[in-house]
Write a protein that binds this ligand. Structure first.
Ligand code: G3H
Ligand code: ZN
Length: 280
């Protein structure tokens, strides 16, 4: 069933769980992630990034299919716009009836990030189909350009001032992760996660979670991290499985034959991660 991101995150935070949020590049990803969530009986966030929109040329076709999957799911599924730097794209997600958007002003000055995020909050909280939740980022989690510098840190008091000034529902913070890592050696600053979680009244979001080990993620969730964004790790597993299959089956031309192999691998891994994020 279609769900609110902020409500799922609040519920996860109150139970000491992480909320898995996985990036949808192709419809196959969304189908695999929903199947995994149903297998585990856990809620999940399906997120479409601005980069995925650029790849497809428009938000609506993929988004409508993902929204339909969310509505049909047997578990709560939120649909989220990820890393939007365009206010117009946020507007489109609101019109489509998304659960939430991430407005990413992390590269802007403090003043511009606050002003534009607050504008996005105004347009999202009074959406024609009801409230759309807003995630913002303070302290840039880098790595998308291939350069991994995990030294950026979000100051807890700045985080509290930012949330109060903008009215956001979730906050992405810089605590040692970096985007698009293909190894899992990132060291998170769990003491800082605890300080930020104590200072702000909204759930925290970890970007660049692919670089974090299983143990590191369990510790981060315990310290106060809630929404866990994973993309590269799953793309790496999907591509390795497809590459291996095609090497062994060079005459296959039907994409369903090799996508099925990749989909099964990411479904199994998302099911495993969703269990990891919910320690009993
Ligand atoms: O917003 C998406 C995430 O931060 C994914 O990052 O590709 O490093 O897992 P990742
Ligand atoms: Zn991210």
């Amino acid at each position: 069933m279609f769900a609110s991101t902020a409500q799922l995150a609040a519920q996860a935070a109150s139970e000491g769980h992480g909320l898995g949020a996985f990036n949808v590049v192709l419809l196959d990803h969304a189908e695999a992630f929903v199947a995994a969530a149903e297998e585990v009986g856990a809620p999940v966030v399906l997120q479409i990034s601005e980069n995925a929109v650029k790849y497809h040329g428009a938000l609506e076709p993929l988004a409508q299919a993902v929204l339909a999957l969310a509505r049909r799911a047997a578990v709560p599924v939120a649909v989220h716009l990820d890393h939007a730097e365009s206010v117009e794209l946020c507007r489109q997600a609101v019109a489509l009836g998304f659960s939430s958007v991430m407005y990413d002003g992390s590269k802007l000055s403090w003043e511009d990030n606050v002003a534009t995020t607050a504008e996005v909050v105004r347009l999202c909280h009074s959406g024609p189909q009801g409230r759309v939740d807003v995630e913002a980022e303070l302290g840039e989690v880098g790595g998308k350009n291939g350069v991994h510098d995990p030294s950026a840190r979000t100051d807890p008091q700045d985080a509290a001032r930012f949330v109060a000034a903008t009215g956001v529902d979730l906050l992405a913070v810089a605590v040692g992760s970096s985007h698009a890592m293909t190894t899992r050696g990132a060291q998170l600053d769990n003491a800082l996660i605890g300080q930020i979680a104590a200072a702000v009244p909204v759930p925290l979001v970890l970007h660049g979670s692919s670089g974090v080990s299983d143990d590191g993620m369990v510790a981060a969730i315990k310290a106060g991290m809630t929404k866990i964004n994973v993309s590269t790790h799953l793309n790496k597993l999907f591509t390795a499985a497809v590459r291996e299959f095609l090497a062994a089956e060079p005459n296959v031309v039907d994409p369903r034959k090799y996508f099925r192999v990749g989909n099964a691998v990411i479904q199994a891994e998302v099911a495993r991660l969703l269990r990891l994020y919910r320690p009993s």
